[in-house]
Design a protein around this ligand. Structure first.
Ligand code: FE
Length: 160
């Protein structure tokens, strides 16, 4: 009977690991696929560093942290709509901050244990570009704070 439990627990562990791997999309699963060389040609050096190498722009230096126009923030790499100005708020962080994405399909959220921290990374769901992180200290109605690099975004002004 002792061996039954050892086997059962081993099987559960292997299954659990398999599932977590499946939940983390590999690069091959994104609808938009480009080589590093192609991205380097299309993006600025700063955009490439942040979107493709998971960098972070310095606080209060990006073009959108204090941007207040009405419209939609889209992925700088592939143009996918990501955040509405209606969900943007003043976080004081120096990065553009939103309390929710335009929909669940356009953004991906992934566990990030880099730099000795446990955070949730936010990526473009279509091209896999790194956008920023999401934290649990946002305002109502969601309580979430999507902390996004300006360099990962372009802005489409609302048409009157
Ligand atoms: Fe994208």
């Amino acid at each position: 009977m002792k061996y039954f439990w050892i086997i059962a627990i081993s099987m559960w562990t292997f299954t659990a690991c398999g599932q977590s791997n499946e939940n983390n999309m590999s690069d091959k699963d994104y609808p938009i696929q480009k080589s590093a060389q192609e991205w380097k040609q299309e993006l600025t050096a700063e955009e490439y560093r942040i979107l493709r190498e998971k960098g972070t722009e310095r606080a209060f230096t990006g073009k959108y942290w204090d941007h207040k126009a009405e419209g939609t923030y889209v992925c700088a790499a592939c143009g996918t709509p990501l955040f509405s100005s209606e969900t943007k708020f003043e976080s004081g962080s120096g990065w553009p901050s939103y309390y929710q994405p335009v929909n669940d399909g356009n953004v991906e959220e992934k566990l990030d244990k880099s730099l000795g921290m446990v955070r949730t990374e936010v990526l473009c769901g279509k091209c896999g570009g790194h956008l920023g992180h999401v934290f649990n200290d946002g305002p109502p109605p969601t309580g979430l704070r999507y902390c996004i690099n300006s360099a990962s975004l372009d802005f489409q002004e609302k048409e009157e």
